[in-house]
Design a protein around this ligand. Structure first.
Ligand SMILES: Cc1cc2nc3c(=O)[nH]c(=O)nc-3n(C[C@H](O)[C@H](O)[C@H](O)COP(=O)(O)O)c2cc1C
Length: 177
């Protein structure tokens, strides 16, 4: 079985496109095809040793889902299902999509909810990244002066995404090797 599961939430497709890029970069031998979290169960996630989880931020620093006006259910509906699950021994890395100009006070904040929830379930979180190169005022997803995952801004810094993504994946691969 493939070692890495990729799950994402999305409304307008950016986070899905990044999930596909991650799948391509890692290779089909290592990573399973990305799955939209609205169609996934907790059991689906537990199949994998390593999880890469992608979430855009909606509302004002919130998880995507029906409450933030998304067309479908997403992470906001999925995370409550995690309560009581055991992710001990699992490794989780998070990437977050956001808009640092339009939402400078809550840039990629939704990552923190995934981070906290999976940590509470016993997972080992990897993939924190530097805030250098971004311009924003606040983010709930900054802990100890770093983003808890990889921050990507397809609205303002699309051209920086390929290099950010490959550098992040290289670091991840070193961590789970
Ligand atoms: C109504 C709305 C609210 C948003 N709120 C935030 C926010 O609070 N923080 C942020 O960083 N980005 C915010 N964004 C930007 C999105 O996260 C960004 O456009 C992202 O790429 C969308 O991902 P998706 O195409 O996978 O849905 C918001 C966008 C919209 C349309």
């Amino acid at each position: 079985m493939t070692k890495i599961g990729i799950f994402f939430g999305t409304d307008t497709g950016n986070t899905r496109r990044i999930a596909k890029d991650i799948h391509t970069l890692l290779g089909a031998g290592l990573a399973a095809k990305p799955v939209n979290i609205r169609t996934a169960s907790v059991q689906d996630l537990l199949q994998y040793e390593v999880l890469i989880l992608g979430a855009p931020t909606y509302g004002e620093g919130e998880l995507p889902g029906l409450n933030t006006g998304n067309a479908t259910e997403s992470w906001a509906e999925f995370l409550p299902k995690l309560a009581g699950s055991d992710f001990t021994g699992k490794t989780v890395a998070i990437y977050g999509l956001g808009n640092q100009k339009g939402y400078a006070k809550d840039f990629v904040s939704a990552m923190i909810y995934l981070y906290d929830s999976f940590r509470q379930c016993g997972a080992t979180l990897i993939g924190a990244s530097s805030t250098d190169g971004y311009q924003f005022k606040q983010s709930k997803a900054v802990v100890d002066a770093q983003f808890v995952g990889l921050a990507l801004d397809q609205d303002n810094q699309k051209e920086l995404t390929p290099a950010r993504l490959s550098a992040w994946l290289e670091n991840l691969q070193a961590a789970w090797a």
